[in-house]
Design a protein around this ligand. Sequence first.
Ligand SMILES: Nc1ncnc2c1ncn2[C@@H]1O[C@H](COP(=O)(O)OP(=O)(O)OP(=O)(O)O)[C@@H](O)[C@H]1O
Ligand SMILES: [Mg+2]
Length: 343
Amino acid sequence: MPGAIYAEGLVKTFGDVRALDGVDLDVPEGTVLGLLGPNGAGKTTTVRCLTTLLRPDRGSAVVAGIDVLKHPDAVRRSIGLSGQFAAVDEYLTGRENLQMVGQLYQMKAKAAKVRAAELLEQFHLADAADRPAKTYSGGMRRRLDLAAALVVSPPVMFMDEPTTGLDPRNRQQLWEVIKQLVSGGTTLLLTTQYLEEADHLAHDIAVVDHGRVIARGTSDELKARTGGERVEVVVHEREHIATASEVLSAFGRGQGEVAVEEHMRKLTVPVTGGAKLLAEVIRELDTRGIEIDDIGLRRPTLDDVFLSLTGHVAEVKDEENGAASAKQGGEQDTKQSGKDTVK
Ligand SMILES: Nc1ncnc2c1ncn2[C@@H]1O[C@H](COP(=O)(O)OP(=O)(O)OP(=O)(O)O)[C@@H](O)[C@H]1O
Ligand SMILES: [Mg+2]
């Protein structure tokens, strides 16, 4: 029995670029799937295929029980989408933008007004509600775009990097909104570059690279697969980094290389041996006269998982909305003209 979002063998090529190379996904109803992957991995293309904005060359997809290729209109009525680049009408105010979405969904004018006011409050836009959206900051636009995706509560939602460009407070608030939404039964597919976000929100994670799902599991499962613990040390003096690195390397597991973050004076090495080993590391550093600001044992983070699977660190883009869309360049498909939001 396929879940609320189901895809099998999605392939999409743009000229020479094989953006999707056989993506399979299955998201059970009422759960959150976090789609992670480096830039250009195919996350947005997957979302666009599943939300009917783009037709895959091959494969099939069922969303909210409806065949995406056969009945795109019906799918559109059952989903909400917040695209990677905020799509709001610049010349309308925040309030008008939200009311317009309500009316597109055939809400009564009064109901649309009430819903718009609720969302403006929830997304901390009440003070700016009656200003044209073109006067909004990047973070405000992003919030307005997300609010627009929530005007009606569709059973299935897609959010492509929902919190890119939001400050930490707004990000946390959005997480709360998302949790509420999911506890109400919504199924969500979310892409993100913030691994902490996936850790926080996603029941299940799919890592994509080169248009394929290369790993799948809960955050804990993926971390367990990456394996082992790490000793993390922050040395007091920058000059001690090299010696500390030698010490850690001797305690490292297997080919356990020491990762050094110079600017933070932080060194990390995969180990086995737990607290006992940690005590030995501390003694050895002390013997060598290396003063430390912090030391600890930690489990792999999702960042470690991501790094070991894809060979890249997750790249966080702090660009905001429209301006960045040029990065994809190349061929544009005709179905989508700038707006990435199904309303
Ligand atoms: N309309 C298009 N025309 C040509 N190439 C495209 C188009 N859309 C996507 N691509 C290419 O397909 C690949 C996957 O792009 P996609 O936008 O899905 O990546 P992504 O995982 O969302 O990346 P990011 O993290 O940067 O948002 C990239 O190589 C991209 O350049
Ligand atoms: Mg993308």
